[in-house]
Design a protein around this ligand. Sequence first.
Ligand code: URP
Ligand code: ZN
Ligand code: ZN
Length: 489
Amino acid sequence: MEICGKKTRCRAGSSPMSTLTCGKVQDMKRIIKNGTVVNDSGCIKADVLIDGEIIEKVAPDIGDPGAEIVDAEGKLVLPGAVDAHTHMDLDVGFTRACDDFYSGTVAAAAGGTTTIIDHMAFGPKGSYPWHQVREYHKLADGNAVIDYGFHGVLQEKADERTLSEMKEIAEKEGISSFKLYLTYDLMLHDKDVFAVLKEAKKDNILITVHCENDGMVNYLRERFGNEGKLSAEYHPLSRPAAAEAEAVNRMAYLASEVGDAPLYIVHLSSAAGLREVKNIIKRGQKHFGVETCPQYLILDDSMYDDPKEGLKAIMSPPLRKEEDREALWNALKRDALDTVATDHCPFTFEEQKQRGADDFRMCPNGAPGVEERLMLLYSEGVRKERITLPQLVKYTAANPAKIFGLYPKKGLIEKGADADIVIIDPDKKTRFSRDTIHGNADYSCYEGMELHGGIDTVMQRGRVIVKDREFLGEKGAGQYLKRGISSIC
Ligand code: URP
Ligand code: ZN
Ligand code: ZN
């Protein structure tokens, strides 16, 4: 048995059964005993035998004299969460997101996420898709503490070179999903979007899309600017739900016209957008998936009332209204959405967000959230009976793994899967604040909320990387994941 010798750092709790060791565990066996194992298919009371990096067996009363025991009595044993939408080290031209692949993945791990799929920033104007793939390996390799993959990015145009690079990157790099934007400076226009979708259909590539009508948004931003309406409260007014709904509907029609090209809508925020989703499904569209984020389920646009505090929530799309939140929760309950990801894109409040103090249009868009997702959804979702435990796993682990070509290696507690596991203690309480979060942001949007439940242990491929919110893993221990074809394709 090879262990790392960091036993003293492993605060394993008071139970005599819990004598966890962390670090390099090549031939080591562990049994997670007496927990409730939760998959997207249901919950069972069972033990989980881990052999090295892999789950060997899930069954009641597993015995193995050589195995280290992890006591999970009264606790929930979930697959490590998969966050399919983060922006680590995002370069927005005038500044960068304050979490790099090290600090951002430490925060993810502390919140029970063991895999991220990061959305690349746009490359320099005129660059082609390979450019950012190379850049992102430089940013992430040797820094990420959990397993990671990338979505490719498409910008400005979809000429022959763009499309052939997309195909080549999918084949060589296992980057089986690409993102395009319907707004922002380096967006794609419909002619190019259509060309991308046609190619994506042919090559089984999933196209993920930021849906906002650029014309509507730019008209309103300009008008508010001319009228001197520049405080944070005008941010949501400049990006109305109708801008999202129109773009969702347009993307669906464009995809359906080329035989239902694989399409995934990121960060759906509104009831109006959701109505379009319902119509799209009703029309019989196939190969279609939709993501929402905790901020659209839990926060609302009253956060913009205070012009100072409001800067914390300047993100696109913006926070919506109470009825939008309710509509999104109901959709999750009815299995009408596919994933809940974070869109983690943090900037510091005291410095970076202050760029927007006199003009909301100058504020870098985005907010932290990679650490908060799982406990927010457990406390606000499961404990308030808005979703079930299997649905929690479905939205945060199983579906993102399936949709982004990582299943059943990730997103499942079953023989043969990676031993990525998060143990939740329902009796703990969790508070997120600038003093307790692990990332580099100096605030949490959920400051002051007391959540039911807490992260007890996080394992990545058999190694204990978090115990009682303390990070015990190693810089660079995350593996780059070449992904397979999406379940949506
Ligand atoms: O405001 C946000 N969400 N910033 C990150 C980039 C994006 O649009 O997802
Ligand atoms: Zn976006
Ligand atoms: Zn994003």
